[in-house]
Design a protein around this ligand. Structure first.
Ligand code: UDP
Length: 464
């Protein structure tokens, strides 16, 4: 079992270490059944997976690969193929109706996704030798492909059922299927990419000990998210220098714990009312992120809005709506602290985006956040759900100026050194090259086609 460490050596030749000379670029497939990499970031339900696949794809193309990213077509008006750069494109496959389908109802369309993928290969006259799948349903697609053709399978979970279901009150009917498929992926993929040491432990302890796991983190665009002038950012956003800005960025989803942050803000204001250091009227909670009134995130947003009204926080709170990556750096920079109160967070891109801009983070001590945020150095980690501890941690950052300034520097340095997309792509590229070289030399572990697939055929689909 290898645990990749970065930085790794850079190479512009994906097959540099393989014996066979490849005259053109090697095509590889990234598969992301939901989480369309061509969706505009900050629009619709676009979250971390969209960002990951798109950034990894574009960065791999810069390293010399031909990257084809496959997703499900969820809108008839969307283009079937989107060319992002000369060697990187998104291909939208037909799998079920061309409309938005909630994740928990999507699995039944995965056999059609496999068929569409194979049809596309036929049309292009190619068989991808390697697929990197994202989220468990794409992983199922990868396992199916592994049974049908010679393909190296790499998988990133983005979210693990075994951990997620510990933190939610309602377990969906698809849960048993998901857990079984996640186990099968770990045991049969050529490599599973854990994005943090915590995920590595969760995979080993909660899913299966039979797996090849490489630890390669998520990244961030360090040219977009970098320290800029706070005064200038506040000027552009019309925020005065007096205001103490507490920022949330992300989706409206119960597991994101926005309720904890709102309640902590109420508690903090009550504390400020007792003292003289900060005028409670200058406390500002900015909630950045979009929602669709028709979908579940719309209901969560209304719940949070009602809570803000109930706690008499309307004057201190602003619901900003979705913000694209081009303007998001202004919000991170303008903020005094970015809060990530998630109950569960597999990685949490927002943490490294905020830190890259030099903004200290107060985050729940869960999942990937325990790896990215170094408590007392780049921010503070507190137990999830703990309103009082969140309030106290936010107050410390707002009032301890000297420490907060040090944390700002340390936060941006940590991201620049460890979490650039280029660094992440170099590690993935090295992994792909290693697996492809093994398959060419026949030294790889025989997986997939020889493995049993009893958990996977159609009866599982019906069970959903
Ligand atoms: N995001 C954005 N605009 C918004 C809200 C969120 O661009 O208004 C982006 C954010 O910058 C981050 C991603 O959505 O890149 C959220 O990823 P994260 O891993 O934090 O959470 P997930 O959505 O995967 O649960």
């Amino acid at each position: 079992m290898s645990t990749g460490k970065f930085p790794a050596t850079q190479s512009n030749q994906p097959f540099a270490s393989a014996r066979t000379k490849i005259p053109t670029r090697q095509a590889i497939a990234l598969i992301s059944e939901h989480g369309d990499p061509a969706a505009e970031i900050g629009k619709d339900a676009a979250g971390g997976q969209n960002v990951y696949v798109r950034q990894v794809g574009e960065s791999l193309a810069k390293l010399g690969w031909q990257v084809d990213m496959f997703t499900r077509k969820s809108n008839p008006n969307d283009a079937t193929i989107v060319q992002h750069s000369p060697y990187c494109r998104t291909i939208r496959l037909i799998a079920g109706p061309e409309t938005y389908i909630p994740r928990d109802e999507l699995f039944q369309y995965m056999p059609e996704f496999v068929t569409s993928f194979q049809k596309f290969q036929q049309k292009e006259g190619t068989n991808y030798p390697l697929a990197h799948t994202n989220y468990w349903m794409s992983g199922w697609v990868g396992l199916e492909l592994q049974r049908r053709q010679n393909i190296q399978l790499i998988h990133t979970y983005h979210s693990l059922g075994a951990v997620k279901y510990q933190s939610v009150s309602e377990i969906p009917t698809i849960a048993q299927t998901r857990l079984a498929v996640e186990k099968q992926i770990l045991e049969q993929a050529h490599s599973v990419v854990a994005t943090s040491p915590q995920e590595f432990d969760d995979l080993e302890n909660l899913v299966s000990r039979l797996g090849n796991i490489d630890i390669i983190p998520c990244g961030t665009d360090v040219s977009t998210f970098r320290p800029i002038s706070k005064v200038e950012a506040r000027k552009q956003l019309d925020i005065s220098g007096k205001e103490k800005v507490v920022l949330y960025v992300g989706r409206f989803d119960k597991r994101k714990g926005i309720e904890t942050l709102v309640r902590a803000t109420r508690e903090l204001r009550a504390q400020l009312e007792q003292g003289e250091e900060i005028d409670p009227q200058n406390l500002k909670l900015l909630i950045v992120g979009g929602s669709d009134p028709q979908e579940a995130d719309g209901a969560e947003r209304r719940r949070i809005e009602d809570l803000v009204t109930e706690l008499d926080l309307t004057a201190n709170t602003e619901f900003v709506g979705m913000v694209g990556h081009d303007r998001l750096a202004l919000y991170y920079t303008a903020a005094d602290v970015c809060v990530i109160p998630s109950h569960y967070e597999p990685f949490g891109l927002v943490a490294i985006e905020a830190m890259a801009c030099g903004t200290p983070v107060v985050a729940s001590a869960v999942g990937g956040l325990k790896f990215t945020v170094i408590s007392e150095e780049t921010g503070l980690l507190v137990p999830p759900h703990d309103v009082a501890k969140f309030a106290h941690a936010i107050e410390r950052i707002l009032t301890d100026d000297i420490w907060a300034r040090k944390a700002r520097k340390q936060a941006s340095a940590r991201v620049q050194q460890n979490f650039s997309w280029t660094g992440v792509a170099i590690q993935l590229s090295d992994l792909y090259r290693r697996l492809l070289a093994q398959s060419l030399s026949g030294s790889g572990i025989a997986r997939g086609s020889s493995a049993t697939s009893t958990l996977l055929p159609k009866q599982v689909v019906k069970a959903s």
